[in-house]
Design a protein around this ligand. Structure first.
Ligand code: ADP
Ligand code: MG
Length: 379
């Protein structure tokens, strides 16, 4: 039991029992020159193995179900066939259901669909933490019908992120970047209540910088959130950039950006320029703030890291977090991608693969899918 969630061991004897595993097999696909569709990165498939292995070792008959991509109705391009084939390398003949989202009743949390899914099973396991903030039939409907437990991945996420929720050692420092304040306002507000210092970079720092009186030129600002930004600044915990790297507003940037080198501006961005990464002075200030941290949470790249010219801040923060001695958690889809791109995925205490679910969990302290496991049918 972790935070009240039953674990695999709590399911009792599984010999000869049919167990439905809601896994996260939402992998990227690629088309080979001969037209064959294959799994491009099997990292999520490998991650599903501890749960499947354990259940099979107990003598359970495992059936796996997942969604794949965002199909609108039945879409052969998003069939589970390539995933099934990849899993068969380890588990020949393993039963893998078709893409759950082919049926609109999955996302509508239709009780009839949950019943169809649960039919013929003796137990249910949720190992899809990354989808556990969604009120979908396979996440919240099925556990109401079957004895249920969290799989190994889900429990590891809950345990690791749970440290940040219950008893983080202080000083606790959070670093938040990424695209928009509007995506993360709730998270920022919640973190500001818990942490000792909140370092802000990425696209969202410009709304806070504007609220603090900076000229921000053509940088990303969400005008309607300036008042909320001011309230965050009033907590006295926010450490904003002191300088930023910027490009002319006309310069293309991103994955297929141009070649102009960014300029560093201190205490403001002139008209006609766009701030796209934190600057060297900010990196130094963030390093000082992180030096003595006993707990660190990092979400969101510090700049447009997809563009090699605008990767410096994210890379610097990744190194600082890696060098820190405290408990270090990194979460968020793009943050995880950035850490993997830098080859540093093994350098933190926990790299959450939970994407938006991890951020929701830290903001709200619970997820609908976790509550459903806690209240699952009596074992
Ligand atoms: P995560 O998935 O880790 O939570 P987000 O999705 O919030 O992160 O943000 C990632 C995106 O933010 C990246 O695509 C990155 O290019 C973009 N971004 C970072 N800094 C800036 C900036 N200064 N201006 C515009 N976009 C930015
Ligand atoms: Mg993202």
């Amino acid at each position: 039991m972790r935070r009240g969630i039953p674990e695999l061991e709590d399911l009792g004897s599984l010999q000869g029992r049919r167990v439905l595993v809601r896994a996260d097999l939402n992998v990227p696909l690629a088309t080979k020159p001969d037209g064959a569709v294959v799994v491009a990165d099997d990292f999520r498939l490998r991650a599903s193995r501890p749960t499947i292995d354990w259940l099979r070792a107990q003598g359970a008959e495992v059936v796996v179900a997942s969604h794949l991509g965002r199909p609108k109705g039945h879409d052969p391009a998003l069939s589970m066939a390539p995933v099934r084939e990849a899993l068969w390398a380890w588990y020949p003949g393993l039963e893998v259901m078709e893409n759950l989202r082919f049926d609109p009743r999955e996302q509508a949390n239709d009780p009839g669909f949950a019943e169809e899914l649960a039919r013929g099973f003796d137990a249910y396991v949720n190992d899809a933490f990354a989808v556990s903030h969604r009120r979908h039939a396979s996440i919240v409907g099925v556990p109401a019908l079957l004895p249920s437990a969290g799989g190994r991945n889900l429990i590891e996420e809950v345990a690791s992120l749970g440290v940040l929720l219950s008893d983080p050692e202080h000083p606790y420092v959070a670093i938040v970047g990424g695209a928009k304040v509007s995506d993360k306002l709730g998270l920022l507000e919640r973190l500001a209540e818990r942490v000792d210092r909140l370092l802000v970079g990425g696209g969202l720092c410009f709304t806070l910088l504007a609220a603090s009186g900076w000229e921000v030129g053509g940088s990303l600002v969400e005008e309607e959130l300036l008042a909320a930004a001011r309230r965050l600044l009033d907590t006295g915990k926010v450490l904003l950039p002191v300088d930023v790297r910027a490009l002319k507003a006309s310069e293309p940037f991103g994955r297929d950006g141009g070649t102009a080198e960014p300029l560093v501006f201190v205490q403001g961005v002139p008209e006609g320029y766009r701030g796209l990464d934190i600057g060297p002075g900010t990196e130094a200030a963030f390093a000082r703030a992180l030096e003595s941290a006993r707990t660190v949470f990092w979400n969101g790249p510090m700049g447009v890291f997809e563009d090699p010219r605008l990767r410096g801040g994210t890379e610097a923060v990744a190194r600082m977090v890696a060098a820190c001695e405290g408990y270090r958690v990194v979460g968020g889809g793009d943050s995880a991608a950035a850490l993997r791109m830098l080859g540093m995925e093994g350098s933190v205490s926990h790299l959450s693969t939970g994407g938006g679910a991890a951020l929701d969990y830290l903001e709200h302290g619970d997820l609908v899918g976790l509550a459903a496991l806690r209240h699952s049918r009596e074992q």
